[in-house]
Write a new protein. Sequence first.
Length: 259
Amino acid sequence: MDLHALLTLSLGDKPFANPRRISLLEQVANTGSISQGAKLAGISYKAAWDAINDMNTAMPEPVVCSEKGGKGGGGAKLTEFGERLLKVYSITSQVQAMALAALLDESVDMHSLLDVMAHFSLNTSARNQLTGRINGIDSFGLNDKISVTLAGGQQIQISVTHSSRERLQLALDKSVLLLFKAPAVRATTHAGELDGQNCLSGRLLSVTELGDKAELAIDINGKDIIYSVMPLTQMQSLAVGEPCFACFDATQVILASMN
């Protein structure tokens, strides 16, 4: 399904930037000319001049500065504000496209922008990326224990410094992203009982052998997949399709949030 939306930035009830004007600004930036930019954007010179004049006078800072004379009716270039406008429009369009894609993908949690962005666009060296919501915060001197509920209902404990908690503005019910590497996860048929150890129940989906090691994919409540890398010698009791636990230390989890 080709679902899309046209992004328009408005000041009051008047459009300030829309796809047509953004295309014009991009061509002016590429050609250094309003007349050439208008031609490549598919609009008349008068319409281009009126649009640029309207944008230049609508905000405290202009988007285009021009000089009279010269080839093609005078030189023109985007101001620093104009360049930032193009970048902001591009970023906002990407977020809008991700939101529309999320609408059509039932596997995407829609609790927050962080959920959507993590699903579609975030790439890190950490194989495991989970989103959840904070349900508890306990202080222990320099460190705080953060309890996070995942989409499937299971909980993870994370240990962060008190200063990190304040810097990230962590609070109850806030959406967070959890990152941890596959080698930090141990797959087992029995849940651990060590303090500071997370053990999430799931089902072993697959095993991919990598020399003397293997990468395991573990389904957690049908909502998340956790990956583990461990030696083949430690996998005797594990079988694809059978229940297992994904265990990892609370200190191995990196927590990210959007303020």
